[in-house]
Design a protein around this ligand. Structure first.
Ligand code: ASP
Length: 309
């Protein structure tokens, strides 16, 4: 049976002119490292769920992306992270929102799926559950990144809540995600984020919401999103792609295009998604200038891309 895996590290205003060769190489190498770790898992016969968790953990461990290490600053100067994971075979899912000190929020969301009896835990309750599950808390310094700090200072000054990759600042990083089809024919999706710089009021975006930022269903596809979360929630983006396939017979490519280039744009949402269908087709669709993205399948077709090219 064939396998496929795709990952993203955020979409946004990413121009070649703003990027040095070294930085570009660093992003590509971090993306490729996560992709290959996920692929190795699939090659060994592990599940799509394992593969997306492994790939997202690798991206969380890189300070280059807005998830885990390198997560953006909230208004209060903290790091509050959201993540979710979903399995297409069982339609089981797990999610956490507004957690702090957790090195790999995606791992915690998998524990929520498997051990909590619930789907979505937030804030203090999620932290209590993490402690029960034996998670250790990292100090604030672990998450610190100088660029993120500067972004926060600028957002504070301007009094705005800013997407990590919005044009206001060096708009390079983002939410991370992975989607995969394993050799057993099962799909899975995972997404992890620090959310938006300077966010307040317990703001939660689309990333931990099954159906909005993350969705997987063996009948159709697995999807992970990145972009202006409020719009992705209102457009129920990930589930809408699956619905167009299931109810209207769209191909993965047509469904992704319809949602990202038409429905989402109509309400003002910018960003993109990665998706893989039950046949192993891969789609990397975005309506921004760029999206950190990579994919590989069992035919050996590999791509690691940043700009619209
Ligand atoms: N979608 C994320 C959020 O709104 C942000 C991102 O994709 O970078 O929290």
């Amino acid at each position: 049976m064939p396998y496929s895996i795709a990952i993203h590290g955020g979409a946004g205003t990413i121009h070649k002119s703003q990027m040095s060769d070294e930085k570009e190489a660093a992003y590509k190498s971090a993306l490729r490292n996560a992709l290959i770790q996920g692929e190795e898992a699939l090659k060994k016969g592990l599940s799509a769920l394992d593969a997306v968790e492994i790939a997202v953990m690798a991206l969380e461990d890189s300070h280059l992306f807005n998830a885990g290490k390198g997560a953006v600053f909230t208004h209060e100067g903290k790091h509050e992270m959201d993540a979710s994971i979903m399995e297409g075979k069982s339609l089981m899912g797990g999610a956490v929102a507004s957690v702090y000190g957790i090195k790999n929020p995606i791992h915690l969301s998998r524990k929520v799926m498997e051990n909590s009896g619930h789907v979505f835990l937030a804030g203090n309750g999620a932290m209590e559950f993490a402690k029960e599950q034996g998670f250790k808390l990292e100090p604030d310094e672990y998450f610190y990144d100088e660029l993120r700090y500067q972004q926060w200072q600028e957002a504070l000054k301007e009094g705005v809540i800013q997407l990590d990759h919005s044009p206001l600042k060096e708009n390079k990083f983002g939410t991370v995600g992975a989607v995969a089809l394993d050799i057993h024919g099962n799909l899975a999706a995972a997404t992890s984020t620090g959310g938006m710089t300077n966010k307040r009021f317990g703001r939660v975006g689309d990333s931990p919401m099954l159906g909005a930022g993350t969705y997987a269903n063996n009948k159709t596809c697995a999807v992970s999103c990145t972009g202006s979360g409020e719009f992705f929630i209102r457009a129920v983006v990930a589930y809408d792609v699956s619905c167009l396939m299931e109810y209207k017979g769209y191909s993965l490519a047509d469904a992704s295009k319809e949602v990202v280039q038409n429905r989402l744009l109509k309400i003002g949402g910018d960003g993109g998604l990665i998706a893989v269908d039950f046949r192993g087709n891969i789609c990397l669709e975005f309506n921004t200038d760029g999206m950190y993205r990579a994919s590989i399948n069992s035919d050996g077709n590999e791509q690691v891309l940043i700009y619209r090219d």
